[in-house]
Design a binder for this molecule. Structure first.
Ligand SMILES: Nc1ncnc2c1ncn2[C@@H]1O[C@H](COP(=O)(O)OP(=O)(O)O)[C@@H](O)[C@H]1O
Ligand SMILES: N[C@@H](CCOP(=O)(O)O)C(=O)O
Length: 323
């Protein structure tokens, strides 16, 4: 469930009235997502604007000071032809405004569905699109530090504590030591850009083999492009039983390199950065697991899934870019 705030018909109509998009025809809460409240909104249309939009009310984990970065990045990438939603600007030119004490943004609706079992061709497509995003974002004038970098992952696991981690799975406390190793990695030789850092299949819309939308940029930040590639690799290239899908892994990296070849430094650090990427999701999932009551409506994500992927990169990561 992801409508945390109730907005009445009059509130929604008043809000839509602040934009040059015609008047409200329909608004329907969207069940998917966990962080924000989202509505699919349809309007009568005006001035060349489409008639379908996503209205997002930012509920948690978002510092409003970051909204100009997130929303500005979407507009920058959309202007360069990347498949990301444009943001609608209200009549004052603002890309977000306050409603019921919360920040709200009206965002272009993009067609497509998120793949549940990506094919190698889809993995190749997302690799190429990710590399295109990195190139297009290189001259974006704003920056944002990664609040979920490897040091943050280690700090989160540390704060959870080994005893609590053990209640989730006896193998989890060992991840704390691995996270400390990742936090000490020197990533300064890696080329940087603006990065999505959460490009799981549920944050990608596709029609067949074509990527029609990258969404949910609320972990986007300035950092090593390799980290973004490894997050995407770890999120797309394992099956439901958590077995590595080499066909997707090879296709994703090939697709990426068809647009931006990796540097020797990136190739050398691929396995270590992939392990750090896995630990980032072990950490946030473990924290959520311990913080979320058993009867909460939100579905908890299992930290061990990414602990097992960490093990895969530990054992086989160095061989993935060989040859
Ligand atoms: N621009 C968009 N176009 C089409 N659907 C979208 C768009 N943005 C979000 N959605 C839909 O809303 C859902 C939740 O959005 P998301 O940003 O992932 O929420 P959360 O941040 O709460 O996880 C997505 O799964 C998708 O179905
Ligand atoms: N992709 C992360 C969770 C982030 O949640 P989102 O709904 O904001 O994408 C994970 O799988 O742990």
């Amino acid at each position: 469930m992801a409508v945390y705030t109730h907005l009445g018909a009059e509130d929604l109509a008043r809000l839509i009235g602040e934009y040059d998009v015609g008047s409200l025809v329909m608004a329907k809460g969207i069940a998917e997502g966990v962080s924000n409240s989202n509505w699919l909104v349809e309007t009568t249309g005006s001035g060349g604007s489409g008639t379908r939009f996503i209205l997002t009310l930012y509920e948690r984990r978002i510092d409003y000071a970051d909204l100009p970065y997130f929303l500005g990045l979407l507009d920058h990438l959309a202007a360069k032809g990347c498949p990301v939603p444009r943001t609608m600007h209200d009549r004052d030119g603002a890309s977000w405004r306050m409603v019921e004490g919360k920040a709200a943004a009206l965002i272009e609706f993009l067609p497509g569905v998120s793949p549940t079992r990506p094919t190698p061709t889809q993995a190749r497509s997302i690799g190429a699109v990710l590399a295109g995003l990195h190139l297009a974002a290189a001259d974006f004038p704003q920056t944002r530090a990664n609040a979920m970098d490897f040091a943050a992952s280690a700090a989160i696991l540390d704060a959870c504590g080994a005893a609590a981690l053990e209640t989730i799975d006896p193998a989890l406390p060992a991840m704390l030591d691995h996270a400390r190793v990742a936090a000490a990695l020197d990533l300064s030789a890696l080329p940087q850009s603006q990065t999505h850092t959460d490009l799981f299949p549920d944050n990608v819309l596709m029609l067949g083999e074509d990527v029609t939308g990258l969404i949910d940029f609320y972990f986007a930040c300035t950092g090593p492009m390799l980290l973004d590639l490894t997050v995407t690799h770890a999120a797309w290239c394992f099956d439901a039983a958590n077995a590595y899908r080499a066909d997707c892994g090879v296709a994703l990296i090939d697709g990426y390199q068809s647009v931006r070849p990796l540097t020797p430094e990136e190739r050398a650090l691929f396995a270590d950065v992939a392990k750090g990427a896995c630990l980032r999701f072990v950490a946030s999932r473990a924290e959520d697991w311990l913080d979320t009551p058993d009867d909460a409506l939100v579905t908890r994500k299992y930290p061990m899934q990414f602990a097992q992927r960490w093990q895969f990169y530990h054992d086989h990561g160095a061989a993935l870019l060989a040859g």
